[in-house]
Design a protein around this ligand. Structure first.
Ligand SMILES: *[C@@H]1O[C@H](CO)[C@@H](O)[C@H](O)[C@H]1NC(C)=O
Ligand SMILES: *[C@@H]1O[C@H](CO)[C@@H](O)[C@H](O)[C@H]1NC(C)=O
Ligand SMILES: *[C@@H]1O[C@H](CO)[C@@H](O)[C@H](O)[C@H]1NC(C)=O
Length: 519
């Protein structure tokens, strides 16, 4: 598959055909050109036969394996017998795509996306050459031999004990298929994005695209009277809150289950953590001022109308955490969210808001227990969710996903000089696999980016490959994320030249951190 040229040269300054270019514009264009030429000479690159790009940056030799471009060639099996007859009726002309296969629970390719227990990564057995290898998508066992349950996760690195703590949604329970009749009204050319629920539908101008995720039905139609579109969610697939799982590791590969550090509430139905509600994307930060570990999470009711953040606190990274409260930050809806702790100790909440059409970002109070009244709207109108932030050489970067419920979509990288913005969108960071892999974030959704000490510019991209039919069967996609080289898309020119390095996430069937890397 042909890859887009990642290093398209930026276009010259706008100079309308009708108007004469001033001398200063010409001079500035020249200066800009020289600067760009210099930039490009710093990073030598070549185009491979298939138009592929190999990075030859001044990276540490340890990086070499991480940035290899690996292809995937998955053959779609010919349609056999009766596939879902309903699906055939509704999509008569379309041929099957890899995304259809991914979403089809009965696909013959199921094992490609969700390999079974036979291939599970088991750090406790003698793995020989396979030690420390990540196999994105495979079942990953903890030190007791049970599949790790930490979805929508985040990482906390505890300096004093040199230990990583991985927090995430513990989903080891059945996925229910509950009938819901929630309705939403949107303007006729709106893109439909509601929470992280199972619906997947969008419309542009008068064309309506609808996708079905297994048994979830989404109906779209024009309302004759006020030209609105209404969506009826007939089925929705929640899983009971079980709680937030915590795992600890010193090598980022061998994970010990530290238990459920924030459990669901079994009996009190009015409690935020009652098992019938929704708890997603827990993130834990350590507060130096108070010596407490503070957890933030997305709290919702089962139909995603509460749209709030919840806060919990503990004296230890391994809990137990005491649940404090939930609220709508700055008075706004908050669905997918993350917490980012900056190098100056200020922590920020980033959340999808206004029907997921934009993100908001704002600093927390110095004890991290609340937001302040300062916030900014960022990526307005871009409909992004699943934010994962990191900082490299003073620049802030963020990976987000689109809003298509449990179905995978294209990731985008964004960058900013100031964390409060403005944030600019750089393009899809995914490299390798094949075109569909790159357009679906390798069939996964961002959740966190782990900085690797001692390997400047290298990170681990953590993502979730959701399995909406059985959420506990969702998999982890961990891949190397490298910052380096010029940005892949000419940025808007409101700030002069592109300031930021390209963010690249490399697909690998298997990979490991450099052998000499240690925490
Ligand atoms: C390890 O790799 C070597 C050389 O690649 C191979 O000969 C050997 O069989 C491998 N061992 C295991 C346990 O996979
Ligand atoms: C969503 O669920 C809550 C209870 O969990 C209920 O009070 C509310 O009416 C529901 N909203 C819709 C639109 O169904
Ligand atoms: C149930 O939870 C609500 C909300 O957290 C709380 O106000 C109430 O006291 C709890 N009820 C019991 C019986 O614990």
């Amino acid at each position: 598959m042909r890859m887009r040229n990642k290093y398209r040269k930026p276009t010259t300054f706008p100079c309308n055909a009708g108007s004469r270019c001033s001398t200063s514009t010409v001079i500035w264009s020249l200066v800009a050109f020289l600067l760009m030429a210099h930039l490009f000479s710093l990073v030598s690159h070549r185009e491979g036969a298939g138009g592929q790009i190999q990075l030859h940056t001044s990276h540490h030799p340890l990086f070499r394996e991480l940035v290899e471009v690996e292809e995937e060639n998955i053959q779609i099996p010919p349609p056999k017998g009766k596939r879902s007859p309903r699906a055939t009726k509704r999509r008569p002309k379309r041929t099957t795509t890899l995304i259809d296969e991914f979403l089809d629970e009965n696909s013959q390719l199921r094992h490609v996306f969700f390999p079974d227990m036979k291939t599970a990564i088991n750090p406790m057995k003698d793995n020989g050459n396979d030690s420390f290898y990540y196999y994105p998508g495979r079942i990953w066992l903890d030190t007791e031999g049970a599949p790790i349950q930490a979805h929508g996760g985040g990482m906390l690195y505890d300096e004093s004990s040199r230990t990583y703590y991985w927090y995430g949604e513990y989903k080891d329970g059945p996925t229910y298929h509950v009938h819901k009749k929630g309705a939403a009204r949107l303007s006729s050319n709106a893109r439909v994005c509601m929470g992280n629920s199972a619906q997947f539908a969008f419309c542009e101008n008068s064309a309506v695209y609808v996708a079905w995720i297994k048994t979830t039905e989404v109906y779209i139609g024009h309302d004759a009277e006020n030209v609105m579109i209404s969506i009826k969610l007939q089925e929705h697939e929640p899983v009971d809150i079980i709680g937030v799982g915590c795992y600890s590791s010193k090598d980022l590969w061998t994970w010990k289950n530290e238990g459920i550090v924030l459990p669901a509430e079994e009996t009190n139905e009015t409690h935020d953590l009652h098992k019938s509600n929704v708890l997603e994307r827990p993130k834990v930060v350590y507060n130096e001022n108070t010596g407490k570990y503070v957890m933030w999470m997305h709290i919702d009711d089962c139909n995603y109308t509460k749209a709030s953040v919840g806060v919990a606190i503990s004296d230890y990274p391994t809990g137990p955490f005491d649940y404090l409260y939930s609220k709508r930050p700055h008075g706004f809806e908050s669905r997918d969210m993350t917490i980012f702790k900056d190098t100056d100790g200020v922590a920020y909440l980033v959340y999808s808001s206004e029907d997921n059409s934009e993100l908001h970002i704002g600093p927390l109070t110095s004890d991290y227990l609340d937001v302040t009244n300062v916030y900014r709207r960022i990526l307005v109108g871009q409909h992004r969710e699943a934010p994962a932030l990191f900082k490299h050489e003073g620049t802030y970067y963020m990976i987000t996903s689109g809003c298509t419920g449990w179905a995978p979509n294209e990731a985008l990288a964004h960058a900013a000089e100031s964390i409060m913005g403005p944030w600019e969108t750089m393009g899809n960071p995914c490299i390798g696999g094949n075109k569909v892999f790159r357009l679906t974030t390798f069939f996964a959704q961002s959740t966190y980016v782990i900085p690797l000490s001692g390997l400047p510019g290298s990170y681990i991209f953590m993502a979730d490959r959701w399995n909406p039919a059985d959420l506990r069967e969702s998999r982890y996609i961990w891949l190397p994320l490298i910052v380096g080289g010029p940005a892949d898309r000419p940025l808007e020119y409101n700030f002069g030249f592109p300031l930021w390095s390209r963010v690249s996430i490399y697909w690998h069937k298997k990979w490991r951190l450099p052998p000499r890397w240690s925490v």
